[in-house]
Design a binder for this molecule. Structure first.
Ligand code: NAD
Length: 682
């Protein structure tokens, strides 16, 4: 049991960042004390939050009651004695090391000795604050991104003396508040600003060297990186002096290459606030600009990985989640191609007197390896993690191939295995676009091949000598829920959710769902879940035995390990009776009535609103998909699991090649209601 358990938060500094961080914490259901210098500043910060919540209510992001509940979890004060019982404090005061040190000194006086103390500094090392803190093993960096109530990324940074348990607890607390944490070493700019600041600065250099005007640089940067704003517009939005300060601080601690370009220095000496973005675009300059911006990005990304500041995967996650780039630096590098990237970076390092990053000079010409799925071992347990938070860890062919190789490695390691996702999802399904593209190309065999591959891997999970545990901390939907039920055990956070929504999109769960689910929760409840697509929260999932344990975020890893060490669940048999009184009406209804009985209105819901809602949900599905699922339930019920899975695979073409399959899948991609050829209500 960790000595750090985080239930109550505090934020020091109710400015732009602090108010947003506190808002996010309260939005995710935790209490948070918000502290500033005096009552006026506190009121200002609370006012910022209130305004944002009001806007959220206007835009229907929150209901008025939700906004009130969020505010009720926030407590603004200038009285530091109110910090006595908080478990994690996040400092977000001015970026001045002396001010920060004095804040940490005060925190050491007022907080309990095992409260984790975190800094949101952008430009100092975390270690620079160690001397100000009593018990500095609980000091950590939590670097958020603007706007912190909306932007999910957070860099978690330890210093040399950080207690690994404090680090783990801080990490878990960020998952608990819906953030996507990435690891960063205590280094200048951490991971993301290390390449983002030079990216902006390269735009400035191109301008200063007269390569192109601002409008052209903006256009080319947006096109090359697929982003919404170029470097100059971004500086205008975040404040030009912030870019100047960030480049100055990287330049001072790393190399003159990172220092602000002369055009930025000159601009900051004027009274201008914003760069003028107007001007004619000269498209002939595209390559000259894109090549330079690629070179800077690739150089810094490779260099930071060489230095162990961050991993390839976290560097890309940082770009996708924190900067909203559609592709991370390493994915881009692979697209550009290693030989060309090497040539571009070679030109850059020659100009600036830098060394070529080793990982780039040694990179295989086919590309830098990006671990979409990673494997590590800690003590007695191996961990597989899906690393694609921006796609909610959706399963596609590349992901399955990497999962396959990690499963094989795991066999070599021969340890119990915990499988988890990153970001807000466990695994939120399969890659729908791949299905739609395949169908439009008349290439059903590629879909069948993908499904067969998924089934094979899930069967392997099921048949392992050691236990497999799904660490479900967020959404487990469709293929993700099917992966979870292929594991021996499922341990979930209170924020997890489970669902099998396939019949809403004209297909049925084809990665074992129609056969494993009845064997796990009993046939009637499996029918309910697959016919209605109802999403269950962790509490309900536990009630019906879909999952095995629910643990708070800070205990989730320990709980997974505990279940992993129990060994495989060889003795699990389908329940023959309803596992919970609350579920008895569902059990009885779906035991008794067929899809046709329910849809024709012949099934008697006995005025039970839950059952009426279930019937009405079914009426919006594809009738064809419902009937296929029903048939699979009936046919597969008495088979051994291997044969039952073959049966499921056999019928997949009936779903995918039916018009409702393409319509349902396309509608999901296009975020519209499907117009099924065979709607269930017909
Ligand atoms: N703005 C960004 O985009 C961004 C992004 C990541 C990190 N950061 C970092 O977050 C921190 C805060 O930045 P910001 O933009 O919110 O600044 P800000 O100026 O908007 O807010 C700072 C707040 O801290 C309060 N404060 C100052 N000294 C204090 C003290 N001794 N005790 C209590 N409160 C005190 C101020 O009254 C003010 O309300 C900085 O370290 C900054 O580098 C900023």
């Amino acid at each position: 049991m960790s000595s750090y358990s985080i239930k109550k938060f505090a934020v020091i500094g109710a400015g732009n960042m602090g108010s947003g961080i506190a808002q996010k914490i309260a939005t995710e259901g935790f209490e948070c004390v918000l502290v500033d210098l005096n009552d006026e500043q506190v009121a200002r910060g609370m006012g910022i939050i209130r305004n944002l919540l009001d806007q959220g209510v206007e835009r229907k992001v929150f209901r008025p009651k939700q906004a009130e509940a969020i505010l009720s979890r926030l407590h603004g004060t200038s009285d530091w004695s109110e910090l006595a019982d908080v478990d994690l404090v996040i400092e977000a005061v001015f970026e001045d090391v002396d001010v920060k040190r004095s804040v940490f000194g005060r925190l050491s006086e007022h907080c309990k000795p095992n409260a984790i103390l975190a800094t949101n500094t952008s430009s100092f090392y975390v270690k620079e604050l160690v001397s100000a803190v009593t018990n500095p093993e609980r000091l950590i960096g939590l670097h958020y991104f603007f706007h912190p109530a909306k932007n999910r990324l957070v860099e978690v940074i330890g210093h040399d003396g950080t207690d690994p348990e404090a680090f783990r607890a801080a990490w878990a607390s960020q998952e608990a508040i819906g953030k996507t944490p990435i690891f960063s070493k205590d280094a200048p700019g951490f991971v993301v600003n290390r390449y983002f600041v030079p990216w902006v600065n390269e735009g400035v250099r191109l301008l200063g060297e007269g390569v192109a005007n601002i409008a052209t640089i903006e256009w080319a940067a947006k096109k090359a990186f697929g982003v919404g704003m170029g470097p100059f517009e971004l500086m205008n939005v975040t404040g030009v002096p912030i870019s100047m300060h960030a480049a100055n601080s990287l330049g001072a601690s790393l190399h003159p290459f990172y220092a602000p370009g002369q055009a930025l220095v000159d601009f900051c000496a004027t009274d201008e606030r914003n760069w003028n973005l107007e001007g004619e675009v000269d498209e002939s300059k595209y390559d000259a600009i894109a090549d330079r911006m690629f070179a800077v990005t690739f150089y810094v990304a490779c260099q930071l990985v060489d230095e162990g500041v961050g991993s390839v995967e976290d560097t890309d996650i940082g770009a996708r989640v924190g900067l909203r780039w559609p592709t991370g630096p390493f994915e881009l590098l692979n697209r550009v191609g290693v030989p060309r990237a090497q040539a571009l970076v070679q030109a850059l390092v020659t100009v600036h007197g830098l060394d070529m990053p080793k990982m780039l000079s040694h990179a295989h010409e086919t590309g830098v390896k990006i671990e979409l799925v990673s494997l590590c071992t800690e003590g007695d347990v191996a961990h597989i993690r899906f690393n694609q938070p921006s796609t909610m860890n959706a399963l596609d062919k590349n992901v399955l191939m990497q999962f396959d190789s990690k499963l094989t490695l795991d066999q070599a390691v021969g340890k119990p295995l915990v499988i988890g996702g990153s970001g807000k999802a466990f695994v939120a399904g399969a890659d729908i676009k791949f299905f739609v593209d395949g169908l439009k190309r008349d290439d059903y065999p590629s879909i069948a091949e993908f499904a067969a591959y998924g089934q094979k891997l899930f069967l392997e999970l099921n048949g392992k000598e050691h236990a497999t545990v799904a660490r479900a901390h967020g959404l487990a939907l469709g293929g993700g829920a099917e992966m979870a039920i292929a594991c021996d055990w499922i341990c979930a956070s209170p924020k997890s959710a489970f669902g099998f929504p396939e019949t809403s999109i004209g297909i049925f769960p084809g990665l074992g769902g129609t056969q494993r689910l009845p064997r796990r929760v009993g046939m009637p409840i499996a029918k309910y879940l697959i016919y209605t697509g109802q999403i269950l929260d962790a509490k309900s999932a536990l009630q019906i035995g879909l999952i095995d344990a629910v643990a708070s975020f800070d205990e989730l890893d320990a709980t997974c390990e505990e279940w992993a060490l129990k060994g495989p669940s060889k003795s699990r048999v389908a329940p023959e009776q309803c596992p919970s009184e609350d579920w008895q009406p569902v059990w009885d209804f779906f035991s008794q009535y067929s899809v046709d009985d329910i849809l024709s209105g012949e099934a008697d819901a006995l005025g039970n609103p839950l059952l009426e809602k279930a019937a009405s949900k079914m009426a919006h599905k594809s009738y064809h998909a419902l009937k296929l699922a029903e048939n699979l339930f009936l046919e597969g019920a008495h088979m051994d699991i291997e044969r039952a899975l073959e049966l499921e695979a056999r019928d997949l073409d009936k779903a995918f090649l039916h018009a409702d399959g393409l319509e349902g899948l396309s509608a999901m991609l296009e975020r519209r209601r499907p117009a099924f050829q065979q709607p269930a209500f017909a």
